[in-house]
Design a protein around this ligand. Structure first.
Ligand SMILES: Cc1ncc(COP(=O)(O)O)c(C=O)c1O
Length: 355
């Protein structure tokens, strides 16, 4: 039976393994922004809850969010679409603009959710490995991409942390006109450049952004995309469901964006901490840390992997343990947290290595 076969196929697919919540642990495994004061967010959330009438569907609140997003990125709301996290926007674009039987191309390692969602939607994925220092052979990528319908570029890339040189990404975009190109900029607030403005001028480029990372709103589930006016219009009127984000999340997101000066200050603090943690790790024998343009670091710990993982567990620090990845051994992805969290992480690494 066709239905049973399809359910069987879906059950065998790779799936996102949701991290476990460990009470009291320092959570450095999901690239959230704990450097943003929890009271700042909690106060805004409490005010939003007091003012909301949840008996009504959200109407004006969506417009307010569009207004604030446009202000933050300096691009008219005509080019913006919002969703319940950028995850949901990816999902909708895959289902409507790619679809079963089409082909996607990605470089690897990259954001595994994207690959999983392609497979769920019956989209075949061609994977081009990044080089030893996570650089991309752009000519090779473009050559292979000619056979694809859909191109995914994670910029900065999760889990490696690096953002490809702007010229390289621009070359890829210039070479692949007519293909849908998704540039996932979930971490662009911490990086050197964004292609959002470029996307407004192209008929095939979508830049995906989120408030889950720099804006400290992973729990509110608010993402957005920037693209050309026609696609943004079709997305808003037809592709997106009428009420994708709750009144509470819309109001909270709008109010946090109104105070983006505070968020920008935190972004600068995270970037300074990223440098400090990187420099301290560079002093540790036997491990290698890769340059990052995001709010996390990719660390290759080789033979020290087990010892470091054990010490972290003992200290209640959760990081993303990747094991072997892309020809590197003992890999970990570690978010940049508060100075105190980062210090605890660094002490564990230093202790494990001398032990
Ligand atoms: C590259 C990348 N894109 C998208 C997302 C999902 O973001 P959102 O919370 O907006 O769904 C993540 C979250 O980890 C991510 O790393």
């Amino acid at each position: 039976m066709k239905l049973a076969k399809e359910i069987g196929r879906i059950s065998r697919l790779d799936r996102y393994k949701r991290p476990e919540k460990v009470k009291g642990a320092a959570k450095l495994d999901s690239n959230e922004n704990f450097a943003l004061d929890s009271e700042f967010i909690a106060k805004i959330a409490a005010e939003a809850a007091r003012g909301a009438d949840l008996r009504e569907y959200p109407l004006d609140e969506l417009g307010h969010l569009y207004g604030q997003l446009a202000k933050y990125i300096g691009i008219s709301e005509k080019y913006i679409g919002v969703g319940s996290g950028s995850d949901q926007i990816i999902e909708l674009l895959l289902a409507t603009l790619a679809g079963r039987g089409s082909r996607a191309i990605v470089f690897v390692p990259t954001f595994s959710y994207f690959i999983d969602r392609c497979e769920l939607n019956g989209i075949r994925v061609d994977e081009v490995p990044l080089g030893k220092d996570f650089e991309l052979d752009a000519r090779k990528f473009v050559r292979r991409a000619k056979k694809a319908d859909l191109v995914y570029i994670c910029s900065p890339n999760n889990p490696t942390g690096n953002q490809l040189d702007k010229k390289t990404v621009q070359y890829i975009i210039d070479s692949l006109r007519g293909k849908l190109i998704l540039v996932d900029e979930a971490y662009a607030d911490f990086a050197g450049y964004s292609l959002a403005r470029e996307a407004t001028r192209r008929d095939n480029v979508v830049v995906l952004r989120t408030l889950s990372k720099a804006f400290g709103l992973a729990g509110a589930r608010v993402g957005y995309m920037v693209t050309n006016r026609k696609l943004a219009g079709a997305f808003k009127s037809t592709i997106q469901s009428p009420y994708p984000i709750s009144t509470l999340s819309l109001t909270i997101a709008t109010r946090v964006l109104e105070r983006s000066a505070q968020v920008k200050k935190t972004i600068e603090e995270v970037k300074a901490e990223r440098k400090r943690v990187f420099d301290r790790l560079a002093q540790v024998d036997g491990i290698k840390t890769y340059r990052s343009d995001a709010n996390f670091l990719f660390i290759e710990t080789g033979k020290r992997y087990r010892a470091i993982a054990k010490e972290l567990e003992k200290e209640g620090i959760i990081v993303r343990l990747l094991g072997s990845a892309a020809g590197h051994s003992g890999c970990m992805r570690v978010a940049i947290g508060t100075r105190e969290m980062n210090d605890r992480f660094l002490s564990c690494v230093e202790r494990a290595v001398v032990a």
